[in-house]
Design a protein around this ligand. Structure first.
Ligand SMILES: *[C@@H]1O[C@H](CO)[C@@H](O)[C@H](O)[C@H]1NC(C)=O
Ligand SMILES: *[C@@H]1O[C@H](CO)[C@@H](O)[C@H](O)[C@H]1NC(C)=O
Ligand SMILES: *[C@@H]1O[C@H](CO)[C@@H](O)[C@H](O)[C@H]1NC(C)=O
Ligand SMILES: *[C@@H]1O[C@H](CO)[C@@H](O)[C@H](O)[C@H]1NC(C)=O
Ligand SMILES: *[C@@H]1O[C@H](CO)[C@@H](O)[C@H](O)[C@H]1NC(C)=O
Ligand SMILES: *[C@@H]1O[C@H](CO)[C@@H](O)[C@H](O)[C@H]1NC(C)=O
Ligand SMILES: *[C@@H]1O[C@H](CO)[C@@H](O)[C@H](O)[C@H]1NC(C)=O
Length: 367
């Protein structure tokens, strides 16, 4: 049976990585642990819990990443060179070929909601937890949902991971991956890959949601409270946790550093926080198109705001308390009336999910 092979995936991954595995642990575990030191508050744009410690600047890492890709010339396509540009400049527009794609997911019918979930190649267990919890495509009766994980190419373990990803993809058909390095400062490319996929392969999707993998998401409440399938589809619509009057962080020490060469303005237009935001299908296409014409910056959520600003479209406020960029402790009745809570690990999700979906005690009359 296919299913019985599934738990093997991460294990096989670790075995293949063998000697590299220790190294992987060394880079990953301290990152998780150090998160507490990263900042005493949440800076808009923090949409990646496994990102680098703020004190590790991209410039220290970059030579390593380049060496790795040069040592393994797997891709035929020449990588875009950014030698004359600032290293944090996002190389765009540029044709990043799909390494893994799902071109026919929307062929039979247009989905009501496309869930685009940011993920990293080695995060097998995280994807599995999401499939079993909020990423379940059949969790809302009568509403067609498509789940896709957005991946780049692993900067260090590309060749051992790629066959595992292909196997995982053939099992679940929920991975899309493009030929760019999967790094924090390339996150915008992931979002744009999602927008490109909707534009090219799912143009009639009604709504699109971009989600980080470290969140709790209540898709049922999102659909019933905000998207309301019985109403005509919203146009030019984008909502989430809205940041206003913020600007780029200019200190190199931070993970969220944006150099002037990349974005000269001191302020960002209003934008929706990266952990989870929703947009109408028509807007996904417009964002993809306008992104071909303006400089792309390394903060994906702020960049979406810049796209909307360029398009002359405003973000839409949602009722207060639906999108949380800070952690909120689990409480069944509270969580049944919100959409997103940031900072939920796969273990926590799996732990709360049976309680959350338990129908023996309902919280409200509508829900
Ligand atoms: C950051 O790195 C610099 C030099 O690389 C060091 O002097 C400083 O103590 C570090 N800061 C933290 C918070 O680790
Ligand atoms: C997804 O949800 C449906 C309906 O609640 C359920 O029957 C199914 O077992 C779930 N799938 C997974 C992988 O949890
Ligand atoms: C982003 O991906 C491109 C293409 O693989 C790569 O050349 C570039 O170095 C990456 N940028 C960062 C900041 O990692
Ligand atoms: C999208 O909808 C339009 C108009 O209803 C239709 O002509 C077109 O074939 C649809 N495209 C896809 C890919 O389903
Ligand atoms: C950046 O600043 C320039 C000059 O003030 C202005 O024309 C432009 O609209 C600003 N862009 C954004 C995204 O705020
Ligand atoms: C679910 O969690 C709530 C607290 O959020 C608790 O009161 C309730 O008893 C739990 N239900 C089950 C079936 O575990
Ligand atoms: C809770 O709601 C579900 C679905 O709306 C329903 O099937 C179930 O019977 C309800 N449970 C109780 C105890 O009212």
């Amino acid at each position: 049976m296919f299913r019985s092979r599934l738990p093997v995936l991460p294990v096989v991954g670790l075995l293949i990585l063998s000697s590299n595995f220790l190294f992987l642990l060394i880079i990953r575990i301290p990152n998780k642990g150090l998160e507490a030191f990263s900042l005493p508050w949440e800076w808009p744009g923090n949409s990646d819990s496994l990102g680098d410690h703020p004190n590790i600047s991209r410039f220290e890492w970059k030579p390593d990443l380049q060496k790795t890709t040069k040592a393994r010339p797997l891709n035929q396509q020449p990588l875009a060179t950014a030698t004359t540009q600032h290293p944090l400049k996002v190389v765009y527009p540029h044709v990043y070929p799909f390494l893994i794609n799902e071109p026919s997911k929307c062929q039979e019918w247009a989905p009501f909601l496309v869930l685009l979930v940011v993920s990293k190649p080695h995060d097998f267990t995280e994807r599995q937890a999401i499939r079993q919890t909020w990423g379940n495509e059949s969790s809302v009766p009568g509403v067609s949902i498509i789940r896709l994980f957005l991946l780049g190419a692993d900067p260090l373990f590309r060749s051992p991971l790629q066959p595992l990803l292909e196997e995982e993809s053939s099992l679940y058909r929920d991975i899309i991956q493009q030929e760019f390095l999967d790094t924090y400062n390339n996150l915008t490319l992931k979002t744009l890959m999602g927008m490109e996929w909707v534009t090219r392969f799912c143009p009639n999707a009604t709504y699109v949601m971009k989600a980080d993998s470290d969140i709790f998401l209540n898709v049922g409440y999102l659909v019933s409270k905000l998207l309301q399938p019985h109403l005509p589809p919203k146009k030019d619509y984008m909502t989430g946790y809205i940041y206003r009057n913020t600007g780029p962080l200019r200190d190199k020490a931070y993970k969220w550093y944006v150099p002037r060469e990349v974005y000269p303005n001191d302020t960002y237009p209003p934008y929706c926080g990266g952990p989870g935001y929703v947009l109408s299908g028509d807007l996904a296409k417009k964002v993809f198109q306008v992104a071909q014409t303006i400089p792309v910056i390394n903060m994906e959520d702020s960049f979406m705001g810049i796209c909307l600003y360029t398009l002359g479209i405003e973000v839409t406020e949602s009722p207060w308390g639906l999108f949380h960029v800070f952690k909120v402790d689990y409480e069944k009745c509270r969580f049944s009336e919100l959409v997103v809570v940031h900072h939920y690990s796969p273990e926590e999700l799996l732990q709360i999910w049976p309680n959350f979906t338990d129908q023996n005690k309902n919280c409200t009359s509508q829900n």
